[in-house]
Design a protein around this ligand. Structure first.
Ligand code: LMR
Length: 400
């Protein structure tokens, strides 16, 4: 018998975010609330089917297309639409052809292919992520073979970005470190850098020869589609090489379709062409080629000016509902005289609020009230609605 058996394995821990959904589903209490995973929910507590998605799907169903393989790097009309959305159609990056974009399995897939590429092809061995960050960043980097360090990001005492700490830590990183950053709607804190701060970070990357990898999973959930890509425009202008992962899970509510993209910005079109060959090799050896359905939906919507505008409207409606719920929670906490001022919730951007609640307080919310959140204190504001916000506020106040 071979030594390779499964008998001695110990179970892996549940995922800190998706494991919360499993616990929520198993809870029989009708008043339960899921503030765990970053998923947009309507006022009725449902994942919506956007009108633009429904219309695109109807058109696709009527087109009777067979289900052939699509290219290893994805649908060309999807990849070009993503680039135009992210950088602007007239931008130098798009016009020069120095960026290459491939379709990936969600934003996570974009991160994974990009990290594998940086480690296996470009020889990078060190990476750095913000403290705190989306937990999967560190897991992905470790599986890709990186040694991972943290850079300071969150100032708990003052509820804001610890920019001085961030600058000091980035400056201390060795050359060629892959620095993972959130281009907007920082997950989990909801605190983003200002344009001036981004410019400082870009200079540090240039001087320290660091490779930025920007994760943009929440474009459109901060201020607006274009505004949320302002940091990307600064990186593009800087002339630095960088990587960017995009997701349509949230902005199109296409979670289960696993539709995202990886963009690598290089110095010129011939470098980009070589990078593309390497990315294709990575993908082929991982999952061969991506699925087509999500890419067909997104490219139909983005490539038609009318449906693009319609989508912007639907995205704005989601963003507005989240902002309303931020204010509703902060107001309710003030109204009931909670021990702590919760107005910080209204200053954070994107789907999340980093509440400062301890793991024990999060556990109490789940056990005593059926309210589920991530143990690092992150709550997803999208799980709030006008019917449950008072209950959630009272429950949080009770565990403070
Ligand atoms: C989250 O942070 O909740 C989302 O990005 C979903 C996920 O995969 O963790």
């Amino acid at each position: 018998m071979s030594d390779l058996t499964f008998a001695g394995l110990t179970p892996a821990p549940a995922d800190p975010i998706l494991g919360v959904t499993e616990k929520f589903r198993a809870d029989p209490r009708p008043q339960k609330v899921n503030l765990g995973v970053g998923v947009y929910l309507t006022e009725e507590g449902k994942t919506p089917l956007l009108d633009v998605v429904r219309d695109a799907e109807m058109a696709l169903a009527q087109s009777n297309q067979p289900h052939g393989y699509i290219p290893i790097n994805g649908l060309p009309e999807y990849c070009s639409a993503v680039q135009k959305m992210v950088f602007g159609a007239d931008s130098e990056v798009v016009q020069s052809g120095r960026a290459v974009t491939i379709q990936t399995l969600g934003g996570t897939g974009g991160l994974k292919v990009g990290m594998d590429f940086m480690h296996n092809v470009c020889g990078a061995s060190r990476a750095a992520t913000s403290v705190p960050t989306w937990g999967n960043h560190n897991a992905l980097l470790k599986y890709a073979g990186f040694e991972v360090a943290g850079y300071r990001y969150y100032d708990k005492a003052n509820d804001c970005v610890d920019f001085e700490g961030m600058v000091a830590d980035l400056k201390a990183l060795p050359a060629k470190t892959l620095v993972v950053m959130h281009s907007c709607c920082h997950n989990p804190t909801g605190y983003d850098l200002t344009p001036e701060q981004w410019k400082t970070v870009i200079e540090i990357c240039r001087q320290g020869q660091l490779t930025p990898f920007l994760d943009m999973a929440y474009q459109g959930f901060g201020v607006g589609l274009k505004e949320d890509a302002a940091s990307i425009a600064l990186f593009a202008e800087s002339g630095l090489d960088f990587l960017l992962s995009t997701s349509f899970s949230k902005s199109f509510n296409l979670y289960g379709e696993r539709i995202g993209a990886l963009t690598v910005v290089t110095q010129n079109a011939s470098e980009a062409a070589v990078v593309l060959t390497q990315l294709k090799s990575m993908v082929r050896a991982n999952y061969s080629n991506p699925p087509s359905h999500g890419a067909r939906i997104v490219s139909r919507v983005l490539n038609n000016p009318q449906t693009f505008e319609q989508w912007l409207g639907e995205l704005a409606a989601m963003r507005t509902r989240i902002q309303k719920m931020r204010h509703a929670l902060a107001d309710e906490m003030a109204r009931i005289g909670a021990k702590r001022d919760f107005s910080f919730v209204t200053r954070q951007k994107g789907m999340f609020s980093f509440t400062g609640l301890s793991p024990e307080q999060i556990d109490r919310l789940a056990d005593e009230f059926g309210i589920y959140a991530v143990r690092n204190g992150r709550i997803c504001i999208c799980g709030l609605n006008t019917r449950n916000v008072e209950y959630v506020a009272r429950s949080i106040a009770a565990v403070l």
